[in-house]
Every structure is written in C-alpha cells, then in structure tokens.
Design a protein. Structure first.
Length: 263
C-alpha cells in the first residue's frame, strides 16, 4: 500500500486527479481498448472530480474512450431524485466531461429483480475486461462503497442493509430526516474492488481519522472493510493532514519519508 499525505483537501484532490489522469493518458485508450474506471460518490471525491473536469476542459485529458462503473446506488430511490447516485454522478461529473452516455454504468436500485441486477453488473465488469483503476472513498466507520462493518472481504456486488451510522451520516443529504434516508443499497463487493488492477482511495478530514488509522495502520478486518486494501498489490490512499490525526508518529513519518525518497 502506498500512502500520500497532502496538507489539505485541495492538494489531496489535485494529487489524486493528476494520478488518475496520468493513468488514463498512459493507457492511450481506444474504442477497441477502452480504459475502465471505477467511480465513487460522496463528498470526498468532489474535489477529485472538479480537477478532472478542469483537465478535460483544458484539453489535457479525454474521456471519450473511458468506460465507468459506479460503486453503488440506493434501493428504491428514483434515478431522478436529487440524492440518487445517478443524479450525483451526472450533476457533479459526467455532464461536464466528454464521456459517452453509453459508457456509463450505474447500478439500478429500482430493478424488478435486484439480485439479477447485481449479478449482471458483475458480468458487465467481467465482459469489459475488468476495472483498470477503481477510485473510492473511506467512510467514517472504515467502509468502502456500502460494504459496511462486518461485510465479507471476498464479497461481490449485492444488496446491503445500511448501518445506523451510515444512515445518520447520509441524513445530511436528506434534510437531516432519518426517515427519508434509504435503508438499503446495491454495492460492489470488496472482492469486486480487489479485482481491479489498481485502487485509489481518498480520505480527508478529522472525522475520518479513526477510519484511516484502521485502514492503513491496523489489522486487516471485516470490521473496517477498507483495510482489505492492505492486501492489494497496487493500492494508494491519498489523505490530508487532518485525516492523519490518529496515526502513530512512526507510521506518519514512514509514509512521508517514503514519498520524499528517504527510505
């Protein structure tokens, strides 16, 4: 695992966006061999998306030959609801770049058969040749996508019931009303993410400090599902200083020294 510590959210977002752009440019994707990008939602990746949008507008990167697969979507929330992840992605990213609509894949939380929807999603990823780079965030309880604490570390795309902590955290998007927050979601599994060639997580803010500690400085555990990234051969966590508040001094200095070339 590689850990990048940046001074603040803006610097963290810029570093992550530059890395994603560099990987796409290096792949030189074509219609016959597109780049497959996994996409998260939530507040953490907003800065990353903003930076990628600016690069696209400046002509530094194109998404014409990029295929995306989103991590998750709420169950029984209309796609056009302002808080659906369909709306989130189009409002905050897809509508602002040159991606082809047919190359965007987001789970359908209103599918008549949710189990079949999840199985088909896994099949589409496989048929596309797998994910080249899966971006993600880390929840306050260490969850990755909607793989809540206690989720299997080999899980695949499936239906998940959200924890009370996640429902409370997401209530800020639903007028603070817990009753309005969907209680279930469709999500890729930890195994799905681990199959990607590369994984890049962003983590910012003091409220994520405990989660970051368990993710990079604790044991691999189904109680902190993002910790499974310790086992991935090409995983990167990009964080800001505030998120490092609970790391041991030794761990903090180790990752800083490593990136400075002192190790």
């Amino acid at each position: 695992m590689r850990v990048i510590i940046e001074p603040d959210y803006a610097a963290m977002s810029k570093w992550a966006a530059n890395y994603v752009a560099d990987r796409i440019i290096a792949a030189n994707p074509t219609p016959e061999k597109p780049f497959k990008l996994g996409c998260p939602t939530g507040s953490s990746p907003l800065g990353l998306y903003k930076e990628l949008i600016e690069m696209n507008r400046a002509g530094k990167i194109s998404f014409q030959n990029v295929i995306t697969f989103n991590m998750d979507e709420y169950v029984n929330l209309p796609e056009d609801h302002p808080e659906s992840y369909h709306s989130f992605m189009w409002n905050n990213f897809f509508s602002h770049i040159d991606i082809k609509p047919e190359n965007v894949h987001i789970l359908n939380g209103n599918a008549p058969d949710l189990v079949a929807e999840c199985e088909n999603y896994e099949r589409m990823i496989l048929d596309a040749g797998g994910i080249d780079l899966f971006m993600g965030g880390i929840g306050p309880d260490g969850h990755l996508a909607f793989n809540e604490p206690g989720s299997s570390l080999t899980s695949r795309t499936r239906i998940k019931t959200l924890t009370t902590d996640t429902i409370h955290a997401n209530s800020r998007f639903f007028e603070g009303n817990l009753d309005l927050v969907p209680k279930q979601a469709l999500t890729v599994g930890i195994g799905t993410v681990m199959d990607a060639k590369e994984v890049l997580l962003v983590c910012n803010g003091h409220n994520k400090a405990r989660a970051l500690k368990h993710c990079i400085d604790g044991n691999v555990s189904h109680k902190w599902t993002s910790s499974m990234l310790q086992m991935h051969p090409h995983s990167i966590v990009v964080c800001d200083e505030a998120a490092c508040d609970e790391l041991t001094v030794g761990t903090y200095k180790y990752y800083l020294d490593k990136e400075r070339g002192n190790l």
